[in-house]
Design a protein around this ligand. Sequence first.
Ligand SMILES: Cc1cc2nc3c(=O)[nH]c(=O)nc-3n(C[C@H](O)[C@H](O)[C@H](O)COP(=O)(O)OP(=O)(O)OC[C@H]3O[C@@H](n4cnc5c(N)ncnc54)[C@H](O)[C@@H]3O)c2cc1C
Length: 508
Amino acid sequence: MNREKILESIRTRSEPWDIVVIGGGATGAGCALDAASRGLSVLLLEQADFGKGTSSRSTKLIHGGVRYLEHGNVSLVREALAERKILLDLAPDFIRPQPFIVPCYGLAEKLYYGAGLKIYDALAGRRSLGKTELLSGDETREALPGLDPVGLSGGIRYLDAQFDDARFLLALIGTAEESGAFALNYSRVEEISSGEPARVSFRDEDTGELFEAEAKAVINAAGIFADRVNSLATGEPDSRIAYSQGIHLVFDPEFLPGANALMIPKTRDGRVLFAIPWLGKLLVGTTDTAVDEPALEPLALDSEIEFVLETCAGYFKHAPERNDIRSVFAGIRPLIKEDRATTTSRISREHLVEETVLGMVTVRGGKWTTYRRMAKDAVDAAQKMAGTPSKPCVSDSIAIRDRSREIAAALITDGPGLGEAIAPGAQYTRADVLAAIRNGKAMKLEDVLARRTRLLFLDARTAIEAARPVAELMARELGWSGERLESEIGEFRTVASNYLSDDQDPHS
Ligand SMILES: Cc1cc2nc3c(=O)[nH]c(=O)nc-3n(C[C@H](O)[C@H](O)[C@H](O)COP(=O)(O)OP(=O)(O)OC[C@H]3O[C@@H](n4cnc5c(N)ncnc54)[C@H](O)[C@@H]3O)c2cc1C
């Protein structure tokens, strides 16, 4: 349903929604789909674009998390591995198995990591994606020709799953709408009054109009902003979230050619680092840096960039340098604070659902892989609070399809020139831009270049080059004035400059 129709139905609605969801990331979209598919009436409100928060900034893995196993968190790994299989079955257009190689330098490493990964595989049971294998030195070199062969004695090959986070999120939103949910981006919740029903005031960030929605239950799924959203309801400051920043660097694939990903099991600071083929590029990350505050557009620290480059230099045959970086992006994990945890990398990725005030439940923590479980738990609690007849979760049987490709392909057949790339070397076409506006709820230039296409995350300079032609196409489609066109380009360049490494100028 288009935006104006949704807004009109909110203006004229006389009864409360069963559930209002705050937050349009993985958790909120999962909640909207879960609740709507149980037959509940649902309104989802996102202050910026869907996925503008953490959910477009992940390592793009649907995984059990080998690292959590090392910390002894067996239940989290088992739950995540079960989710991995469910999601592979529900969304094969988006989620696919990805082979990983762990390089080993000596027998002790091979035995230690080999045993760990065999346990990882055993925990998946019949949901395993394939056998973990021990490789000889030659087999490892062949599997990862970009790896520095010095000292390499062998490796371990295991399977996990990979996806395009932002595009999957948009498909989740689309599937939630097909199930009856209403979803609005650029709708910032400004006030929440607890009660039966609860009242949620939100502002249409496009027009400035203020709306009110009544809800039998509100789900706060605001990720790193969940404490702030809680404060809107309680009037008290809240600080349950530990903010942990992670960055990724994106390079051309030549630095680690082939279909296999590299998993470095222990970096200098004791973390795991991945180098993964992703959409024709090489995605390398991540870091774990405690930060004080949530931010919608977090900035990679220089020290984080140096750390990733240094780690690559220790493993790659040809070490990438700063000017090889095609894009750098940062995200913040919404971890639940643990009093005894000393560093954020040791804080559990498990989630927590709690009733915060009368009429509102808050879901915190978790990870992309477990969004469906988080949504189930949050909707179970919200449904109880709403006093609606209890209906079971059915999200484990709802397929999530990628319709955007079909829509763009149909546009190319009908429209001359729509099959052209949006910039030289870009893998996206002008038809992808129109599909993003007509069917993907894109409202701003950044929505198209960062999340409907992933150009900003893949190659920031090419995205900047594409900004004007894409904005002109959007202006024709959306009836933008010349002034709006220029301000969209200006705003996009400002955001995009954060994705260039320091020594690159966004205007050159
Ligand atoms: C570097 C990094 C790598 C990661 N890699 C992986 C991985 O490979 N696999 C994995 O499983 N997990 C991974 N994660 C974790 C995963 O990305 C997050 O757990 C998940 O995306 C969080 O989703 P969310 O919906 O809770 O939060 P978000 O995506 O941040 O969504 C919350 C939304 O709420 C909105 N909001 C806030 N306040 C308001 C308001 N007042 N009104 C309306 N809307 C509001 C925000 O704008 C935001 O869009 C990674 C995280 C990071 C940081």
